[in-house]
Design a protein around this ligand. Structure first.
Ligand code: ATP
Length: 311
């Protein structure tokens, strides 16, 4: 079953048509990541799917409920952890969780139990009775997500969950996300860290100029763009010129004394290349290999010409 389904979503702000017919299908119990440049419309899509604003066209359902016709049912089934924390700094971690439990009408006993469970799960037991104002960024994010989970949502919208966190705290968040997914929760993730989408997402969609321009697994997207190459660095321009003549499809890398040679990065292709250079007495100073990553996919698909890798 699809946890999220959107067909032809449209939304404008004045003359600015932000979403121009967006289709999304997110399977239950998976992580789906929506990528796009700043201003591409990711937050607008999340706002529509989480019933904060209405679409101007198209339709969408979340957890089986239509966002336009049954927003209350959608709200009951989702959690949203945005870039702006819902944590109240004047309260302790435990008090924040209990407040959420009250808002969800869990009742005193069940609410207390849920709060304790989440403090444990999110490694916040020691800090539970400290004011949230004293929490580090990572602790605050964990508390924020724990608060989202008080209502046991089926679908969670995570808007840039690890922005500003150190590498260890990011990994802790990733682990938490993986555990949530393993328990059947669906995650709709927006992130500016492509590495994060690569790590977590089962499927990734790239939003550009209001449309989904590519969708697939990280590997599928990487295969869609050319870009694997070897970079040969020279100290002597004469050797660079010689290499340019003998290596097929080699091209100069800007102004640098370097050549790009399309390659899959395999040992056999590197050996063939180096043998050929050696046979022709071409001296190469250093060599590095480059396989396309999600950064390349993103840059290639969202039309930033600066870093698009040529085939
Ligand atoms: P970011 O990565 O910077 O968060 P985003 O992909 O989430 O960007 P949105 O926040 O959805 O993008 O914004 C898409 C476009 O819609 C932008 O051009 C933005 O200026 C515009 N926009 C968003 N909200 C409003 C609003 N309330 N009124 C007018 N324009 C808006």
């Amino acid at each position: 079953m699809n946890a999220i389904k959107a067909t032809g979503l449209r939304r404008s702000y004045g003359d600015n048509e932000v979403l121009k017919g967006v289709d999304l299908n997110v399977q239950r119990g998976t992580v789906f990541s929506l990528l796009g440049a700043n201003g591409a419309g990711k937050t607008t899509a999340v706002k529509i799917l989480s019933t904060l604003i209405r679409a101007h066209g198209g339709s969408a359902s979340v957890a089986g409920h239509d966002v336009a016709n049954d927003p209350d049912a959608v709200r009951a089934a989702i959690g949203v952890t945005g870039q702006f924390s819902a944590v109240d700094n004047l309260m302790t971690g435990r008090e924040n969780l209990k407040l959420m439990a009250d808002l969800h009408h869990l009742g005193k006993v069940a609410g207390k139990r849920r709060a304790e469970q989440l403090l444990e799960q999110f490694d916040l037991v020691d800090a539970a009775d400290k004011s949230a104002s004293t929490y580090s960024g990572g602790m605050r994010r964990r508390l924020d997500l724990a608060m989202t989970l008080v209502g046991s949502p089926q679908v969670i919208f995570l808007d840039e969950p690890t922005t500003g966190l150190d590498p260890r705290s990011r990994r802790t968040m990733w682990q938490i996300v993986r555990e949530l997914v393993a328990s059947g929760v669906t995650i709709f993730l927006t992130t500016q860290y492509l590495e994060e989408a690569d790590e977590l997402a089962d499927r990734i969609a790239v939003l550009d100029h209001g449309k989904i321009v590519a969708e697939g697994t990280a590997d599928e997207l990487k295969r869609r763009i050319p870009g694997g190459h070897v970079l040969l660095q020279f100290t002597d321009p004469r050797h660079l010129d010689a290499a340019l003549r003998i290596v097929r499809n080699a091209s100069r890398d800007g102004e640098a004394l370097a050549l790009r040679v399309p390659s899959d990065g395999s040992v056999s292709s590197l050996k063939t290349l180096l043998d050929r250079l050696d046979e022709n007495s071409v001296l190469v100073d250093s060599l590095s290999t480059h396989t396309p990553d999600l950064d390349d996919v993103f840059l290639a698909l969202t039309g930033n010409p600066d870093k698009v890798v040529q085939s």
